[in-house]
Write a protein that binds this ligand. Structure first.
Ligand SMILES: N[C@@H](CCC(=O)N[C@@H](CS)C(=O)NCC(=O)O)C(=O)O
Length: 237
């Protein structure tokens, strides 16, 4: 086991991918526990409250020594200073956390397009509502969230969302753009035309050597219709 143990569902990118990407970009070793032998059983022990540390409600969660931390944004807030993925000052770290939480809100809304009624129901049981939810999401919400991030870069006249250097928020922005491109390709083609600074940022992140290597590796699970970002063509007509 590496010093950092990430616990997340082993067959999807999902929310765990935001954490995987941070470790991969930093080139810091981590164990993706549920993808190892008996790892799923180990993850379930934490979720069932049978392990030490704060009991997580849901994956992803991270274990480092005796610390157990859940919630994507909280995990990144904890780990980013240790990975050199956020400026050192408290104000920048708070801003980064705020932006990550906003990205988490966008991720939750993306999830709600295919599960607008209940997480516990199958997509096929809420298709009509999903269609309406996706209509609003692709018409209004993606542009509102991504336009907000675009405006931050434009106002700062900078290459990065936080401070004067690359941070985990840039990486998460890369990930959410790619998830949305997979789920809603037609809408994103239209929306991205108004986001030139964000698209350039996404390209810069994709070209970072450690990330480019990871993205081309078998460790990067392809997007699929079990994840948070799902491509159902009928939701985009
Ligand atoms: N707000 C949490 C959400 C965690 C979450 O919903 N995890 C999903 C997988 S992406 C899960 O397994 N949920 C189980 C459940 O809600 O019962 C975060 O950002 O980490």
């Amino acid at each position: 086991m590496a010093r950092y143990e990430l616990y997340y569902w082993p067959t999807i990118q999902g929310r765990g991918e935001f954490v995987r990407l941070a470790f991969e970009d930093a080139g810091v070793a981590y164990t993706d526990v549920a993808r190892t032998k008996s790892g799923m059983a180990k993850m379930m022990r934490f979720l069932d409250g049978k392990e030490g540390g704060a009991r997580p409600f849901a994956p992803p969660f991270l274990k480092s020594g005796s610390l157990v931390v859940a919630q994507t944004a909280a995990i990144l807030h904890y780990v980013a200073p240790r990975l050199g993925l956020v400026p050192r000052d408290a104000q920048s770290q708070l801003l980064a956390h705020q932006l990550q939480l906003t990205i988490c809100d966008l991720v939750a809304e993306a999830h709600n397009t295919h599960h607008p009624i209940a997480t516990g129901l199958y997509y096929k049981d809420q298709k009509a509502e999903a269609r309406l939810s996706a209509q609003h999401f692709t018409r209004d919400r993606i542009a509102k969230f991504l336009g907000y991030l675009e405006s931050i870069i434009v106002k700062k006249d900078a290459l990065f969302l936080v401070g004067k250097r690359h941070s985990y928020v840039d990486i998460s922005t890369f990930q959410v753009i790619n998830g949305l491109r997979y789920a809603f390709p037609k809408s994103m083609q239209r929306i991205e035309k108004k986001l030139p600074a964000l698209v350039k940022l996404e390209q810069r992140v994709a070209a970072r050597p450690n990330l480019a290597r990871y993205l081309a590796s078998p460790r990067r699970i392809p997007f699929n219709t079990d994840g948070i970002f799902r491509h159902y063509p009928e939701l985009e007509t």
